[in-house]
Design a protein. Sequence first.
Length: 450
Amino acid sequence: MHSGVSARAGFGLAALLGAFAALSFATRVNNGGALFIGAGIVLFCFTPARRWIAVLLFAAAAALTLILVVRLTGDSFHDYWMYTITRAAASKGGSGNILTNPLVLPWHTLQFFETRRSRELVSIFLAVCGIWAYVVRPALPVKTLPGLLRAGAGLALIFFPFLYMHNHGLRDGSFLLSVSTIATFLLYAFGIFAFFRWVAWEIAPNRFKQWNRLEILLLIPLGQLAAEALSTSATHGEIYMPMAILFLLLPIAFPIELKMRGRSFLLAAATVLMVYGFVYRIMEPYRWWSFHARPMFVGRQWFMHPVYGPMVIDRDILTFVQPVCKAIDPDGSGRELLSLPYSFANYFCDVPPWHDYVQAWYDTSEKSTIDALMEQLRQAPPKWIFYERQPGVLRYHEQLFNGGRPIPHRYLDQLIEEKINDGTWRVVYRSSYASTSLIYQEWLLIQTRR
């Protein structure tokens, strides 16, 4: 085992690491799989004595934990394998398309970097880190008035990206998204470089006596980046976690020994990203497509829900959803509600999802599910349908995952539109909640039977 850790403790840590990897796998297959592979390689590298025993314990603990999780959910292993792994790839363009995504991610990232705004934000980030490392850091510790002034200016520099974003009316995650373009290439470069150095050390350890084993830790964020690319069709917009892990690991796992200014540069980069991420998350706690939450306690009100009791809820959301609950049989008899693509309205209105359709999102529901839903809607639809119509988002998923060809949800949308146009179904409530200039959407409460 690694120096400072007994064999028994090392084996225990290997088993614990396997359990955590399995829990991650059960939460999200691609991220958990990347963590399992990366952690297994790291474990193999850090346990030169009895390494195979440690790896076997790691794998056995992961397998047992996953079996226990599946058993506790009540699913059969066949269903878990079919719906979580085998069929999951179909809704994202098939396994071939998914497996090639990590390979084309750098090219897609380079295309994003070609935009002027992205280059400006990246330049600001590098300039702030460079000034901190080469101008401010040498003045510390502060012993003179000029040094104090330089230190104060350095601290103020941390907030310069916020000032730039504010002056240009950018209130979204553009800064982190732009900086992540750099992180994408760094993750690939350092991760692959560390992997080949490890392989070379395994083949000829005498020639790499000075090799820093901590370098192999860089495979963890590289694996997480590849896992994100698997589910986002090679777009780099969701790599903030791998980017954060990369900047945390570089000071101790950099392939080349860093001098003080190099460490200061990385410290400044981590500080800028941490401060910006912290402030951005306060200003916008949540964002997904056109949905975004305002800061805590802004635009919210106290509401006494008839089923769930008191809650603090966004005022606009409450105004948006209350008419839905009032329309679908307020006396509680014979209520049927299909809420598409997600069953949020079912939850708030306390109506069980019709035929157990909890979600029908574009890249997480398979063709057989949508085909079955369409057939049921033709034969015996529910009394109420609450439909979120998003033509732009639908088209985006067709281009992203299906080469521009129609996905099953296109025909579902056409079916609903045809029923409304011929008068078979009637729209009783419309809302443009969360619609923006970039993402247009319309909510339709549809009555299928009068």
